[in-house]
Design a protein around this ligand. Structure first.
Ligand SMILES: [Zn+2]
Length: 419
């Protein structure tokens, strides 16, 4: 199948097959009126319309960008997209002044979602996940890292990861499954958290690895959840399964999770609202990517990660939604880009790179995804606006008009093309 995208006012993309940082971070290739030709799943030509006509036979399908801007589709490198129940009642409590931690201690928070997710059937979880994946796709995201972590027992963690595997078979969005059984200490282990760490190391992680349900591991390294030594033990154990590492690090307290992630050569250290100067220095020296989640700061009305300081220090930075029912219930990367620019001080160019090429690097896929170049996967989004500035300028609405995934039009005029 060949597809030609023509009629664009502009194409805007980072260039390369690895993480962009320093002076390269905000450097986009901007091509006015470029056409893009896809063959099968890949991009085979980017450039001048007349040259394309000379080089190739007429395409089987044409997508008219109608004066819009073409960008790489988003990669979302940190999400929790499988859950049951809803926590909108906590929203009012937070507006009235209760903190996220106070609500968690009174039976809300992660454990409320754990109870609902344990009770939910496989079909209910799969339905909810597929609906969310449609929303991701309609907002221009074609690849999503997907964590478990609302089971906190072997059966439910396996159920969540099997839902992710089933969603992958049923939906065009690419899913990268991460085992986050170490998301929290479940209520039944609160009297002896060490017993839960032992269960993770001895039973739950090996069992999930044997089933081949995850490609990475994540741990919520935080005061009152898993301390540095417990996290170190969990990661050392998980490394033996060949799992890559993501880490919830330095989110609520400056515990040193960033330095630990660097020590383990993690793909990413995530959140980083409380990253220290030492953490920034360690991250800047490493290949580990700082995944920033401004949606969570916005929604919890807390501090943002020091993005500008990290970028100036030479850290590689990516952006993600953290899509989850408690602290960031959104699938929209354009919303995240608006927050990254308006609240964290990234330029639009940096934010676009952070949400595409660097986000692909944060899940180990930068050689195939995250930019529009010959030989890369044909995962593209077309904005209604004429330039990439419309991504954040026209805020609070969906700026995405069409989405192409692996060379196929999957969203047309804002509507999901039926399978
Ligand atoms: Zn998270």
């Amino acid at each position: 199948m060949s597809l030609l995208i023509r009629g664009a006012h502009q194409l805007a993309t980072p260039i390369g097959d690895s993480t962009r940082r320093g002076g390269d971070f905000g450097r986009l290739a901007i091509a006015p009126r470029a056409v893009i030709r896809c063959e099968g799943t890949d991009v085979v030509f980017v450039g001048d319309a007349a040259e394309q006509e000379l080089k190739f036979p007429p395409p089987q399908q044409i997508l008219d960008a109608a004066g819009g801007c073409v960008i790489p589709a988003f990669v979302d490198p940190h999400t929790h997209p499988v859950w049951a129940g809803s926590r909108e009642q906590e929203f009012n409590r937070r507006l009235a002044g209760e903190s996220y931690m106070e609500i968690a201690r009174s039976g809300g928070g992660i454990n409320a979602t754990v109870q609902a997710t344990r009770a939910a059937s496989f079909e209910t979880l799969l339905d909810g996940t597929l609906t969310r994946l449609d929303t991701f796709l309609e907002h221009g995201t074609t690849t999503v890292e997907a964590k478990s972590g609302y089971g906190l027992d072997l059966a439910t963690e396996v159920k969540m990861l099997e839902v992710i595997a089933a969603a992958q078979r049923a939906h065009p969005v690419d899913l990268h499954p991460t085992c986050l059984a170490a998301h929290e200490v479940p209520i039944e282990h609160r009297d002896d958290p060490e017993r839960w760490v032992n269960a993770l190391v001895e039973e739950i992680h090996p069992s999930i690895a044997r089933r081949g349900l995850a490609e990475a591991v994540d741990v919520f390294c935080e005061d009152g959840v898993f301390d540095i030594e417990q996290t170190r033990r969990l990661l050392a154990d998980a490394e033996a399964f060949g799992w890559r590492i993501h880490l919830h690090a330095d989110e609520l307290t400056p515990l040193g999770g960033t330095e630990l992630a660097v020590e383990f050569k993690a793909l990413s250290a995530d959140h980083l609202m409380c990253i220290t100067d030492r953490g920034i220095a360690a991250l800047a020296e490493s290949e580990t990517i700082g995944v920033l989640l401004p949606g969570t700061s916005f929604f919890l009305r807390s501090d943002y990660a020091p993005a500008r300081k990290m970028v100036e220090a030479g850290c590689a930075v990516a952006l993600a939604t953290d899509c989850n029912p408690g602290s960031s219930p959104t699938e929209s990367m354009p919303t995240i880009l608006a927050l990254a620019t308006l609240e964290m001080g990234l330029t639009i160019e940096e934010a676009l790179t952070a949400a595409t090429l660097n986000a692909a690097a944060a899940i180990g896929r930068a050689s195939e995804l995250g930019s529009i170049e010959e030989g890369k996967r044909a995962d593209l989004a077309i904005l209604s606006g004429a330039s990439y500035h419309h991504l954040v300028y026209h805020y609070g609405v969906n700026p995405i008009r069409h989405v192409v995934k692996s060379g196929k039009v999957v969203v047309k005029d804002g509507i999901r093309v039926s399978r």
